[in-house]
Design a protein around this ligand. Structure first.
Ligand SMILES: NC(=O)c1ccc[n+]([C@@H]2O[C@H](COP(=O)([O-])OP(=O)(O)OC[C@H]3O[C@@H](n4cnc5c(N)ncnc54)[C@H](OP(=O)(O)O)[C@@H]3O)[C@@H](O)[C@H]2O)c1
Length: 190
């Protein structure tokens, strides 16, 4: 069981524009050509921040076209927020706030022997990292720059650096980078 941050980012390190648009991302390739289908099949629980949750709600129509459901996940999802957010019918969503450690313990229990996906944003992934709970990052590096936006990972990690496990080209739109994060609790995760 691993805790993984799986996301797409621009070359200059932004996962969304400042106004939370992902329109730059979708023309770059088909998600089914990336590692996502194999990745999501191994996910037993997921966590996201309020802005990411609100993005999914705003794009429920698109989600329904792709997956047949307004809520794209069958796994239990923990949404970090200080606010009362709308619920999606039949979605297994638990709203939480504060430290990630207690939530992570519940996610581990729910995930069984499957992995935990930290969907984003970058600071929430950073909170899991700060707590020593992030094992890996799987980054779809998109062939665009945004100039400004929501940061991939607003932390300074220099020593030890992340360990690059693999690189895969996905057409001309993406390079998929798979990293192990040293200093995490589960150092032997591979
Ligand atoms: N490129 C990709 O593949 C990809 C992947 C994931 C997300 N995204 C996009 O990237 C953007 C990310 O937005 P973001 O950087 O603002 O991050 P976010 O994590 O989605 O949302 C941040 C918000 O989550 C809440 N939050 C975070 N940690 C919390 C904690 N410990 N306790 C309680 N609440 C907490 C706070 O909201 P409140 O205090 O307001 O409740 C905070 O302002 C979104 O537009 C999303 O759609 C892109």
């Amino acid at each position: 069981m691993k805790t993984q941050y799986f996301t797409a980012t621009s070359l200059d390190g932004f996962i969304a524009t400042e106004d939370d648009s992902l329109e730059w991302l979708f023309p770059l390739g088909d998600v089914n050509d990336t590692g996502y289908p194999a990745f999501i099949a191994q996910v037993g629980a997921l966590a996201m921040g309020a802005t990411t949750y609100e993005w999914i709600l705003r794009h429920a129509d698109k989600g329904a076209q792709l997956t047949g459901s307004a809520w794209p996940y069958t796994q239990p999802a923990w949404v970090f927020t200080h606010r009362e957010l709308p619920r999606v019918e039949r979605a297994d969503v638990r709203f939480v706030h504060g430290g990630v450690e207690g939530v992570h313990a519940k996610m581990v229990e729910a995930a069984g022997n499957r992995n935990i996906w930290v969907v984003g944003g970058g600071d929430l992934a950073g909170q899991f990292h700060d707590a020593g709970l992030l094992d890996e990052a799987i980054i779809q590096l998109a062939s665009v720059t945004l100039g400004t936006g929501k940061q991939l990972f607003p932390r300074r990690v220099t020593s030890p650096p992340w360990q690059l496990l693999s690189v895969r080209q996905i057409g001309s739109g993406f390079a998929e980078l798979h990293y192990r994060l040293p200093g995490n609790r589960n150092k032997s995760a591979a």
